[in-house]
Write a protein of this length. Structure first.
Length: 395
């Protein structure tokens, strides 16, 4: 086992691959609707901005689920692997049920909200399970786990590319089957760790640390800038690609661009030992911000340069995410780490709802060359917030 993956207990070799694959499968629920949106818009006569509204429903459900799971300490009171399994099955059921609807937009919105709620029992709980097994070297493991989230997010686009002639309902059912299989895999292959960390009940007063503690504020506001850009970019990726490629190639290219973020997360995790989380996060945040600013030039660039630009953007836009989590956990008061992380994540996802709605609707009225540079507002503010930690780099 590489040094970056060192641990205090004897970890079976299957544990990390099983957690990563389970996380990938479970989080495929996140963008399932996005991958079939062109077909759904055609069959249901939905407006183009519906992709933003339905994605925001998932984000809102995730915020609500995260708060409920934290307030009730669900993953402490029950076996985390059981929680992961039940949430994967419930989320898969909500996703599959969406394929049975016929122009019932309000019900679809509710099902997407419920899917986001159950994702709160998949993504964060998977992190907790990993933390129980990898008590040291968590940074590299966290990079792989966030990378799995990225590939899971991209997976419906890849599945759509492979099944171009399937009805959109079949794609939704296939994603549900993958998510359910991920839950079963976690339950079957990953026992509860003997050193599973226990989290105290969430403390509302910990919210003040985000504003009053300079180091926590630096990492939290860096993360908020990152979240302004991340999900809005992911929602816009198919639209950006469609400006240059035929419709039949959009799903495959979207999978490649979003899935490229795995490398940003995994490689960033390996570089932390040498450069520190703050520097790794800052470089990736600056790179993604530069990609935003260069959009007016590169949207019409030669195809090879256009593709390279999007791949670099896909790598950098999410590669800083695990490092922001690491920085916030390092800087938060020791007795309130769980509460601070919960609040920071909830605020970040609330920001993503605003940016998704804003950019998805604006894209119907403004050319992308004018719109995409405004995504750089998040990275710019995030870099300004990170300045304190760059002067005092984290180890």
């Amino acid at each position: 086992m590489p040094r970056a993956m060192s641990y205090d207990i004897d970890v079976p070799k299957r544990i990390l691959p099983a957690i990563v694959l389970s996380q990938l499968a479970g989080t495929s629920l996140w963008f399932a609707i996005n991958a079939v949106m062109p077909d759904l818009q055609r069959d249901w006569q939905l407006p183009a901005a519906a992709v933003g509204t339905l994605t925001s429903a998932v984000q809102a459900g995730f915020i609500g689920g995260t708060l409920v799971f934290a307030l009730l300490t669900i993953a402490d009171r029950f076996s985390p692997r059981q929680v992961f399994l039940l949430c994967a099955l419930a989320g898969a059921g909500c996703n599959a049920a969406a394929a049975l609807l016929d122009r019932q937009v309000d019900v679809l919105f509710a099902l997407r909200f419920a899917t986001g709620f159950f994702l709160a029992g998949i993504y964060p709980v998977g992190m907790k399970i990993a933390a129980g097994w990898y008590t040291r070297g968590l940074g590299a493991a966290l990079g792989l786990l966030v990378g799995a989230l990225v590939v899971g997010t991209a997976a419906p686009h890849g599945l759509r590319a492979l099944s171009a002639h399937w009805p959109w309902q079949s794609v939704m059912w296939a994603v549900s089957a993958i998510a359910a299989a991920g839950g079963v895999l976690m339950y079957a292959l990953v026992p509860d760790s003997p050193s599973m960390p226990r989290a105290a009940r969430i403390r509302p007063q910990a919210l003040t640390a985000i504003w009053t503690d300079r180091k926590v504020r630096a990492s939290a506001f860096g993360y908020f800038g990152h979240m302004w850009e991340l999900y809005a970019f992911w929602v816009l990726v198919p639209l950006i690609i469609a400006t240059r490629l035929p419709a039949a190639q959009v799903s495959a290219a979207s999978f490649a661009v979003i899935g490229a973020g795995f490398f940003g997360c995994a490689v960033g995790g390996l570089l932390v030992r040498r450069f520190g989380s703050a520097r790794v996060a800052a470089v990736q945040l600056a790179a993604s911000g530069l990609c935003c600013v260069l959009a007016p030039l590169l949207l019409d660039a030669p195809l090879w340069l256009f593709a390279a630009w999007l791949l670099v953007w896909g790598i950098a836009v999410v590669g800083d995410s695990p490092q922001f989590s690491t920085l916030t956990a390092q800087n938060a008061p020791r007795d309130a780490v769980g509460s601070v992380l919960t609040f920071v994540n909830c605020i970040g996802f609330a920001i993503s709802i605003a940016s998704i709605e804003l950019f998805a609707r604006a894209a119907q009225h403004w050319p992308l060359a004018m719109l995409l540079p405004w995504l750089a507002v998040g990275p710019a503010l995030g870099l300004r917030a990170l300045a304190l930690l760059l002067r005092r780099p984290s180890t």
